[in-house]
Design a protein around this ligand. Structure first.
Ligand code: HEC
Ligand code: HEC
Length: 258
């Protein structure tokens, strides 16, 4: 049986490699052709509805900032396109560019705002070391452009009716946990000024023995934990931001990790 399977597998592999090479070659040709037409610009459709006929060119930095805004879960606290409405403790960002200079915006994003040793409500996290300086520049360009809609720069969708662990895996990305705690909760993201030197993993024996009940995990996500002032990155306070059902889904997902 084993021998009979090996030959078709090898043939199949060769065919897949050939197809992949073909696709890569076609993509390279297409990319070259497109590159000739639109140097340095990205053409995207901007509009509030998918059917909008308006098509315009978005500055690549603004587009990158819009994607960063989704990746780092800014929208989960500050609302879609920074319009607020998530929590009374988190301001909208729609007029922030008019009231703050780029340098002030950079300081706030790098160092955070409103934290205390024992957070009772959401604070602006310290992002320096997690969000790169290049990404901060792109975020500032996006804020100063008025947080326009940029196609596909959306938070990941959370599947419904597929179980809590599946929803939790999507929420782990949607709330940006993955940026600080790593894929699969493996940790390893540097936090050089903190006692551990890294942001802790959410998997492994040490995590499991310290956080041995669902409630302990939920409590630390809700409360957050400020280790110290910037440049130390701390655990954001998610109470009032992440609803209870989503907290339970996050825990269900974390329990699937090794
Ligand atoms: C965990 C929730 C949370 C997340 C995530 C978050 N923020 Fe904030 N942010 C806050 C809170 C709360 C404040 C208000 C702090 C204060 O004034 O005490 C704030 C303030 C700000 C301000 C200053 C607004 C003003 O009017 O003074 C800016 C700018 C800002 N955030 C940008 C961002 C960006 C960009 C991201 C993504 C990289 C982000 N925030 C992610 C909670 C959050
Ligand atoms: C800005 C980076 C950042 C983000 C985003 C973040 N965390 Fe954390 N988290 C931390 C840091 C730093 C600690 C360590 C806090 C401490 O030691 O007091 C921590 C601690 C934790 C802990 C306790 C583990 C331990 O060993 O102390 C859990 C559980 C946790 N985070 C879950 C989450 C979940 C779930 C999300 C997404 C909703 C999330 N975190 C988002 C930085 C972050």
């Amino acid at each position: 049986m084993q021998g009979k399977r090996e030959i078709p597998d090898a043939v199949l592999e060769a065919v897949i490699v050939l197809i992949a090479l073909g696709i890569a070659f076609a993509a390279a040709i297409a990319g070259w052709a497109v590159g000739r037409g639109h140097k340095q610009t990205v053409t995207v459709t901007v509009g509030t509805t998918a059917a909008s006929p308006t098509s315009t060119v978005v500055d690549p930095r603004v587009a990158a900032g819009a994607h960063d805004f989704a990746t780092f879960a800014c929208a989960q606290c500050h609302g879609d396109h920074g319009r607020g409405g998530v929590s009374p403790d988190v301001p909208a960002l729609t007029t922030v560019a008019a009231s703050l200079t780029p340098a002030q915006l950079r300081t706030i994003i790098d160092h955070g705002l409103g934290e205390s040793a024992n957070p009772q409500k959401p604070y602006m996290p310290v992002w320096r070391g997690v969000v790169s300086q290049h990404q901060v520049s792109d975020l500032i360009a996006y804020l100063r452009a008025g947080l326009p809609a940029v196609p596909t720069a959306e938070p990941v969708t959370v599947p419904t009716n597929q179980g809590a662990a599946v929803a939790g895996a999507a929420l782990y990305v949607r709330y940006g946990c993955i940026n600080c705690h790593g894929p699969n909760g493996l940790g390893g993201v540097p936090n050089p000024q903190s006692p551990d030197k890294t942001i802790p993993p959410l998997s492994g024996a040490a995590f499991r023995s310290q956080f041995n009940t669902d409630q302990k995990i939920i409590d630390v996500i809700r409360s957050g934990s400020v280790i110290g002032k910037a440049p130390i990155v701390s655990m954001p306070h998610w109470g009032g931001i992440i609803p209870p059902a989503q907290l339970a889904a996050l825990v269900a997902y974390l329990k699937t990790l090794s």
